[in-house]
Ligand binder design. Structure first.
Ligand SMILES: [Zn+2]
Length: 279
């Protein structure tokens, strides 16, 4: 595990081939490389980088790693692959989402097509003794994948099951433009069916708690229902007003008010509810 900043982690799998899971924000590439060095690994030693999806906190530094190591192969869902070859749209949408904070995050640089290996549901990534199944898990993002190792039953969940922080905060992540409740619940059901023994979160720890799936489902229903009710009475409410209004009803918002991603959650759910109405 390589902890980056306060909010996310990358993970190194040591098998015959060395694979890194997740690459943090572009400006955190140096921190990532330093973290690898502390584990005795140079970027050139990595054979693969596997990213669960193309949000900048999961793939941001991929281009920097690919530049350091021209033999590195980057696994990404096939729908995300074109955006890594030409990251302009990703950078644009991140600028819209993060505004001035984008200075801190940095911009993605392109990855040569020859270094990208697109994957899809059911593919297998062989690292040596371990083989990792690719599970397409849309809901948080349409091109989101999880990785599952069936012998030890280890699941890399990306953002599909939300965030779990050392302070005990556990919450779903439902950003615009893709968040979709039905797809999320369907993906969660498929992950639960795998009966994982160890669940690994990008944000940011691990868990062996099997009741977690129930809690995730409960949160998707509670967040969406509560925001829907607020919007029925106050259709023009802005995200920060909505945050204040839902704190009474959504325990994690009340108990951990310091997490800024709640505002992104509300934006994503607002957009999802609007799309649902238009269907
Ligand atoms: Zn994400």
């Amino acid at each position: 595990m390589i902890q980056i900043g306060d909010t996310h982690s990358s993970y190194l799998i040591r098998d015959e081939s060395l694979a890194l899971i997740e690459a943090p924000h572009p400006n955190e590439a140096g921190e990532l490389i330093q973290g690898l060095q502390e584990l005795g690994v140079r970027p050139q030693d990595l054979k693969y980088l596997i990213t669960t999806h193309i949000h900048l906190d999961h793939t941001g530094a991929a281009g920097h790693l690919a530049r350091e190591n021209p033999n590195l192969i980057v696994f990404v869902h096939e729908w995300g692959a074109p955006h890594l070859i030409n990251p302009e749209r990703l950078n644009q949408s991140a600028r819209r989402t993060y505004g001035p904070k984008m200075e801190e995050i940095g911009e993605m640089i392109p990855i040569p097509e020859s270094q990208i290996h697109p994957v899809t549901n059911g593919d297998e990534i062989k690292l040596g003794k371990t083989r990792w199944q690719v599970i397409h898990t849309p809901g948080h993002a349409r091109y989101h994948i999880c990785l599952f190792e069936p012998k030890e039953k280890i699941l890399f969940a990306g953002d599909a099951l939300g965030c779990l922080y050392p302070d005990g905060a556990f919450f779903i992540v439902t950003p615009a433009p893709d968040y979709d409740q039905e797809l999320s619940l369907e993906s969660i059901r498929r992950l639960e069916d795998l009966k994982p023994e160890l669940i690994v979160f990008t944000h940011r720890g691990t868990s062996r708690d099997k009741t977690l799936f129930k809690e995730v489902r409960k949160q998707h229903r509670l967040w969406v229902k509560t925001i829907e009710t607020v919007l029925e009475s106050t259709p023009d409410a802005e995200v920060d007003e909505i945050l204040e209004m839902i704190a009474k009803y959504v325990p994690v918002v009340r108990d951990f008010p310091q997490y800024p991603s709640f505002l992104l959650n509300i934006g994503g759910i607002k957009r999802y509810l609007k799309k649902k109405k238009e269907r």
